[in-house]
Design a protein around this ligand. Structure first.
Ligand code: HEM
Length: 449
């Protein structure tokens, strides 16, 4: 078979991708429904919008595709953690980390999530004004992931990490989006600030790991599990450096994505009062006024569909980048070694060829959705194949607990500019300008455990 090249899309301005990302991601779907080729300065990329091609890249032929330059930027902060590492090293780390995400562990984390949510919602009772709900969701998810990782006894030390991570996250976005950014080894004032920040983070995280190694005390958290994990073949555990990288990865990967889904869901539910009422009724019926437990979650199925629909229209990870490690093919398209591939999750989730009323918020559509075979790649907010998100069940559990507890206790309305929120395409897909709302306690629910 003679292989061909995908159709080429030209930009009006060479920075269009940065200035008008939504046009780039979604605007070419009609003319090029499956795939197109795009060049910015010396970077070339194929944009993938056909589920079969996404399946080939992430699953069937995943060995021909590696993580791309975007991940190299992240590795400045995350080192060689699960998100950024490759090959045999990644495989071993994934095996070692997997038990930390098993059901038994998630049961404990669901309790942490419910307690932390209760603490923050208790402060909402006296809030009479409009406030930054997205900021509150960020504090909450940070609290949950840091307690899940380190237990409750080092929370003050951990807060330093978060301050620095916020800065480093913004620095990472600049690097990924700015084609002119200077390499990290160049001693510019900005690069020096980045290195200083990483050093601070390292001191805290490595300090916690060292304290653990020196202490006899038993801990029951994700860090303890990672420290105890042993390779089945060699009996070896992780070094302090590896532990640091995995901890930072879980910290970063597990927080911002979840905040975005929470914020978008609060936004969509405000826009669709009938869906909010239905979700609220389900929560009341299932929980009968008490706090959610892990075993309640499968019965909160409408709420689960609400979450899925939010992630369909606003996937936090809206593109998944890869790079061809060898000459290969997608259908009858040639993929030369070194080509960047952008799996266009955003477009696939709303592709008019596959979804009816693709731009409508309709959680009911997931009652009938069967993501089997290539169809799995019509909806893949957590990626797919061997590199699929290790925290997907953690995330769904956390989202269900938090949203159920909000629905159980409060009504909210978005105000002012928040009523028309546009997506902002940063490393993850954020509500531009955040979400501001006023909240009103519902009548007492006689909450108990
Ligand atoms: C709604 C929330 C989340 C979304 C949408 C999400 C999405 C993703 C996606 C798309 C990937 C695959 C990236 C790729 O193939 O290049 C990924 C990987 C990963 N995620 Fe998540 N994630 C979420 C929550 C979490 C949570 C809560 C954690 C941890 C507590 C986590 C930890 C990770 C890790 C460690 C990886 C790398 C896995 C590997 O390559 O082995 N994520 N995530």
């Amino acid at each position: 078979m003679r292989l061909k090249y995908p159709p080429k899309v030209r930009q009006e301005h060479f920075l269009d991708f940065l200035r008008k990302p939504e046009t780039m991601l979604y605007g070419h779907l009609k003319a090029h429904p499956d795939i197109f080729y795009f060049k910015i300065l010396n970077r070339k990329a194929y944009f993938i919008q056909k589920p079969e091609f996404a399946k080939t890249i992430l699953q069937d032929n995943n060995r021909s595709f590696g993580k791309s330059r975007a991940f190299a930027t992240l590795s400045v902060l995350l080192g060689n953690g699960l998100l950024t590492s490759e090959g045999e090293f990644w495989k071993r780390q994934r095996r070692l980390a997997q038990p930390a995400f098993h059901k038994k562990r998630l049961e404990l984390i669901a309790e942490i999530a419910a307690e932390s949510t209760k603490e923050i919602l208790d402060t909402w009772v006296t809030k009479n004004e409009v406030f930054d709900v997205m900021g509150e969701m960020a504090s909450l998810t940070i609290d949950i992931v840091s307690k899940a990782l380190f237990g409750a006894d080092v929370q003050e030390q951990v807060s330093v990490v978060w301050e620095e991570m916020n800065f480093l996250n913004a620095a990472g976005i600049n690097r990924i989006r700015n084609p002119f950014s200077l390499p990290i080894w160049m001693p510019t004032p900005y690069n020096r600030r980045v290195k200083k920040s990483i050093k601070k983070v390292d001191e805290v995280v490595l300090g916690i790991i060292e304290q653990r190694r020196d202490s006899e005390q038993h801990h029951d958290d994700l860090l303890a599990m990672l420290m105890e994990a042993r390779d089945e073949e060699t009996g070896e555990g992780m070094t302090d450096r590896q532990l640091r990288d995995e901890v930072m990865t879980i910290f970063l990967a597990g927080h911002e994505t979840t905040v975005n889904v929470l914020s978008w869901t609060l936004y969509f539910l405000d826009q669709h009062p009938e869906i909010k009422a239905k979700a609220c009724a389900e929560v009341r019926e299932v929980l009968q006024g008490r706090m959610p437990r892990f075993e309640d979650l499968p019965r909160l199925s409408y709420l689960h569909n609400v979450i899925r629909e939010s992630m369909r229209l606003r996937p936090p990870v809206y593109v998944i980048p890869r790079e061809a490690l060898e000459d290969t093919a997608l259908g009858d398209y040639h993929v030369p070694k070194g080509m960047n591939l952008v799996l266009n999750v955003y477009a696939l989730h709303r592709h008019p060829k596959y979804w009816s009323d693709p731009l409508e918020y309709q959680p009911e559509r997931f009652e009938h959705f069967e993501g089997k075979g290539a169809k799995k790649y019509l909806y893949f907010p957590f990626g797919g194949g061997p590199r699929m998100c290790i925290g997907n069940n953690f995330a769904i559990m956390e989202l269900q607990v938090i949203l159920a507890m909000i629905l159980q206790r409060f009504d909210w309305s978005l105000t002012g500019e928040s009523r028309e929120v546009k997506p902002e395409f940063l490393i993850t897909l954020k509500p531009q300008g955040g979400i501001q709302a006023s909240v009103k306690p519902l009548e007492s629910t006689g909450e108990s455990r």
